[in-house]
Design a protein around this ligand. Sequence first.
Ligand SMILES: [Mg+2]
Length: 161
Amino acid sequence: MRISFDLDDTLFVSEQKFKTEPAPKFPFNFIYKDRLRAGTVELLNYIRDQKIELWIYTTSFRSEKYITGLFKYYGIKLDSIVNGARHEREVQAGHAEGMPSKYPSKYRIDLHVDDDISVVENGKTYGFNVFHIGGPDDEWVDKIKADIEKIRKRIAASGGA
Ligand SMILES: [Mg+2]
């Protein structure tokens, strides 16, 4: 099983509006300015413990090095990163028509987590699963764990791994 997360307003949130994970300690707080939604470390560690592949799928052009480094600071290893550049190269390239802003099926991602309602709509059109995350929600970790369980059962019932 493979799960991906958007960054902006999904895992990276405003400190003014959201509870966040503690900021990195000096000097890393100057390198990693993005703040993680509180609960991110618990959820992502849970996903790794479950042997589920952990991906980041963002339309932003943050470098792979920056994203890898930030999560590594919190002790989280990512399996793969699709940023804006990779999406352009691997999803959009060769298509005259506009492709969806994110196309998780291209990467066989079973569940994608995103705050953007247009990604949810594209999921319905193109047939991929999206967990829609919104504003501050103390239950978000448990809700995603429940969704993972549902999808896992569905995969098992269809004879997949
Ligand atoms: Mg977003």
